[in-house]
Ligand binder design. Structure first.
Ligand code: PEP
Ligand code: MG
Length: 537
């Protein structure tokens, strides 16, 4: 039995086979390493494995031509200049082996592709191919998707939100990754699914473990490979314990979330896809406090058109049966991309063209989404929420876009609700600091603590190296929340919290004391939070 320790992200326990996720395209998130020597060793190990693979392929290749190509690839891997380019990058830039491979590959591809000789020009594809093999070995990827017909423990170097959202959820027992941040959207998605998750298990989580039996303890952040009987029994016991706790919570499903002194707090659900709705309803959500609609744009590999969106929003509104459903307009950009969007490369994507900024540069995206939302609005109690706001001017512009859409629908005689509230996410320090002014433009606030922490403390939520600076209890964060809540109270509009902090029982009383009476959390967190609220004086 091998025991690996990582950072626990979502609690729970699981036993099952490990299956390495196969990234569809060869890519790797930029990662810096502390020990370049060790990383070079990792690269050399991958090079030997790639050579071995190619030798086996050459031996088993039926055709002479295929065998020759494999042999050529082997020679490329042995090429001194190519190796020096990769190792040099690790040494000089302190980047991970897979990043160095991709960079060196791009350099050599460019070199070959400009050569006069046609044969040499064609070699650039071979460089790409052989580099892809190396990256796959280094990251544990093989070739696209989650190849399994039974539920498995999904392993990966790291997972992009667009990859996680595309997986068949019924086949996921747990997530375990080599790298990754506990505050990332991938971590949030596992919270919504309610499956245990561990990040930062390191490179000891070898792709060779694919297919092995494993046990996950999502409370302590421990992964057991080839667990012994005693460990399996311990994990099974944990599963039974959490099952029992869930049954105990069952009585809170239909209860009102009310403190002993009679203060009511609406406990709503955060969802990412319509599939999460079932979990929201089953867990007794009093509404949808945050529908991260951008995942609709990431799950199918193509842009969902207006009709499809309208149909999805209608379905969500109907299933919520009159309970308030807050749909956030697309918050694409930063870590949330989609191939078809062709987002330009940005040095600091979290500070870049994200959320409404992307919508201002590509207004057709928001226009189409607003049309779909308004068309669906007669089906329930819809509210629209705008992400990444930093100024009143932006909100005025967004309201104007919404007004134009209403005007269009009126002309086209398409029914819609006039009174759909338009809210603002308070997730930048700027928005919190001007919340008094924003309260005149917005119908409600929703405080996105995940980004509010990231931007206030200048700590990238994707970057595990600055995790210690990502302090949810920092007084600056509290102050911004306090300012926002006060502005909302004075203006007579509501302020909810929809970031992950909403589920933190240590803060519930604080939020209530500020007059915040709506908390929106992942579906599995609804009942524990409701029980906690009911236990308060
Ligand atoms: C937030 O920033 O707190 C939030 C709720 O939105 P997201 O996590 O999707 O950025
Ligand atoms: Mg956010």
């Amino acid at each position: 039995m091998l025991i690996l320790h990582g950072h626990a992200v979502c609690s729970g326990a699981a036993v099952g086979r490990l299956r390495f996720y196969r990234h569809g395209r060869v890519s790797a998130q930029l990662r810096h390493v502390e020990d370049a020597g060790q990383e070079i060793e990792r690269l050399r190990h991958a090079l030997s494995r790639a050579e071995q693979e190619l030798e086996d392929l050459a031996e088993n290749a039926g055709e002479q031509e295929a065998a020759e190509i494999m042999e050529l690839h082997r020679m490329m891997l042995a090429d001194k200049d190519f190796r020096a380019a990769m190792e040099g990058r690790i040494r000089e830039k302190g980047i991970a082996a897979e990043n160095a491979v991709l960079e060196a590959s791009a350099e050599f591809e460019a070199l070959f592709s400009t050569m006069d000789d046609e044969y040499m020009r064609a070699r650039s594809a071979d460089v790409r191919d052989v580099s892809a093999r190396l990256v796959r070995i280094l990251t544990g990827a093989v070739a696209g998707g989650l190849d399994t017909s039974v539920p498995v423990i999904v392993a990966a170097d790291d997972l992009a939100p667009s990859e996680t959202v595309q997986m068949d959820k019924s086949r996921i027992l747990a997530f375990v990754t080599m790298f990754g941040s506990p505050n990332s959207h991938t971590a949030i998605l596992s919270g919504i699914l309610g499956v245990p998750a561990i990040v930062q298990l390191g490179t000891d989580l070898l792709p060779e473990f694919d297919g092995k039996l494993a046990a996950v303890d999502g409370d302590s952040g421990t992964l057991y490979i080839d667990p012994d009987e005693e460990t399996v029994a311990m994990i099974r016991q944990k599963q039974e314990d959490s099952q029992r706790i869930r049954q105990e919570l069952e009585s809170f499903r239909t209860k009102e979330s009310r403190t002993g002194s009679g203060i009511s707090v609406r406990v709503c659900a955060n969802i990412s896809t319509p599939e999460d709705l079932r979990a929201a309803v089953e867990n007794g959500a009093e509404g949808i406090g945050l529908f991260r609609s951008e995942f609709l744009y990431m799950e199918s590999g193509q842009r969902p058109d207006e009709d499809r969106q309208a149909m999805i929003y209608r379905r969500v509104l109907k299933e919520m049966g009159g309970r308030r459903t807050v749909v956030r307009t697309i918050d694409l950009g930063a870590d949330k991309g989609a191939e078809w969007l062709k987002l330009p490369h940005e040095e600091n994507p979290a500070l870049g063209c994200r959320g409404i900024r992307l919508c201002f540069s590509r207004p057709e995206l928001l226009h189409e989404q607003l049309r779909a939302l308004y068309r669906a609005s007669p089906s329930g109690d819809l509210a629209i929420l705008f992400p990444m706001v930093t100024s009143c001017g932006e909100v005025k512009r967004l309201r104007e876009m919404a007004r134009q859409v209403r005007e269009e629908l009126r002309m086209e005689e398409i029914p819609f609700r006039e009174d759909v509230p338009l809210g603002v996410m308070i997730e930048t320090p700027a928005a919190a600091l001007i919340s008094r002014d924003l309260a005149r433009e917005a119908d409600f606030f929703s405080i996105g603590t995940n980004d509010l922490i990231q931007y206030t403390l200048a700590a990238d939520r994707q970057n595990p190296h600055v995790e210690q600076y990502w302090d949810p209890y920092h007084p600056a964060v509290r102050e911004l929340i306090r300012i926002t809540a006060q502005a909302a109270r004075e203006a007579g509009i509501s302020a909810a919290v929809c970031g992950e902090l909403a589920a933190d029982p240590k803060l519930t009383e604080y939020f209530i004391s500020l007059g915040i009476h709506e908390l929106s959390v992942s579906p599995p967190q609804i009942l524990p939070l409701r029980r906690h609220i009911c236990s308060l004086p």
